[in-house]
Design a protein around this ligand. Structure first.
Ligand code: HEC
Length: 90
């Protein structure tokens, strides 16, 4: 009896896996209609955040973050020798 159970277990797993795979296939999402005009106007909102000086002052192309705004008299390099360092991830 024990041998029979051992032999049938892989077959039962295979049947279960196959039915799961079939169920997954039938759950393919319907294609989504893309409204390009709406997407572009939403992108403008995202872009307004990413390009705002609040973010752009730190996310600079070089190694020196900036200070910007009327109270700084324009845009200038951050004081106190603030510089991008080596990433701890590398
Ligand atoms: C005071 C400086 C500073 C400001 C201001 C700042 N960031 Fe960052 N940002 C960082 C640093 C530092 C990291 C981490 C970079 C890294 O891990 O290499 C980071 C990471 C990120 C990341 C993840 C990037 C990645 O590759 O994983 C995003 C997205 C991001 N910032 C967006 C923004 C946005 C949007 C704003 C404005 C609302 C903003 N940041 C303002 C310093 C700043």
């Amino acid at each position: 009896m024990k041998k029979l159970v051992i032999m049938l277990t892989p077959a039962a797993m295979l049947v279960l896996a196959a039915s799961f795979a079939i169920a997954q296939e039938s759950q393919t999402p319907a294609p989504v209609a893309v409204d390009t005009a709406k997407a572009l106007s939403e992108w403008d909102k995202v872009y307004a955040v990413f390009s705002h000086p609040r973010c752009a002052d730190c996310h600079v192309a070089d190694e020196r973050p900036r200070w910007s705004g009327a109270h700084y008299g324009g845009t200038r390099v951050h004081a106190f020798n603030v510089q991008r360092g080596r990433s701890s991830a590398t």
